[in-house]
Design a protein. Structure first.
Length: 183
């Protein structure tokens, strides 16, 4: 199936923030440029909504990050980190993200998932069966091959990692003067 992209196409972007954060940290020892992800994923189409799914901790140290996301036009949905009696921690947004994508699929032409998590394959299959185009953007090295196969289009951020990363490069920290997509 060929991918459809045009200026009048209405899209919604759902960002699995933890997935992208950990991939960038583990593969590249860097941070994610979320503004660049929005720009690459949406292109010149009409962005109806961009949602980022994040986890809050008791310390609140992530608040400046949440504010930076909001500043570039990404709505932040938060969930508290759960800490169990044995010390195990859980912070899973998969179901919430999937439900939101299903709800929004009725209102847009394309759903874009910013994740490489294979747990979203049933979501992709369902949304596509409802006639909505589904795309994904993620670091290909850590993405589910099944997810890559079942979406209408996959943008592999590993093909041009410098475009999507902030931080270490060749042992130095590069200075970022402006986040892509920010005014």
């Amino acid at each position: 199936m060929s991918i459809i992209r045009h200026k009048e196409q209405r899209v919604a972007l759902f960002i699995d923030t933890q997935n992208l954060y950990h991939c960038a940290k583990n593969i590249y020892k860097a941070k994610v440029n979320f503004g660049a992800i929005v720009k690459a994923a949406v292109g010149d189409r009409k962005l109806i909504r961009a949602l980022s799914y994040v986890v809050t901790t008791e310390s609140g140290e992530e608040q400046p990050f949440f504010e930076a996301l909001e500043k570039i036009g990404i709505e932040v949905k938060t969930k508290d980190l759960q800490i169990f009696s044995g010390g195990a921690k859980k912070a899973d947004w998969d179901v919430g993200m999937a439900v939101d994508a299903i709800i929004h699929a009725q209102k847009v032409d394309a759903i874009i998932l910013a994740t490489g998590d294979g747990d979203f394959v049933p979501l992709v299959e369902y949304v596509r069966s409802q006639g909505c185009q589904v795309e994904a953007i993620a670091f290909g090295k850590s993405s589910s091959s099944r997810l890559r196969e079942c979406v209408d289009d996959f943008i592999d951020m590993d093909e041009n990692p410098r475009e999507f990363l902030i931080g270490k490069r060749g042992g130095r920290i590069r200075k970022i003067t402006k986040v892509v997509g920010a005014d």
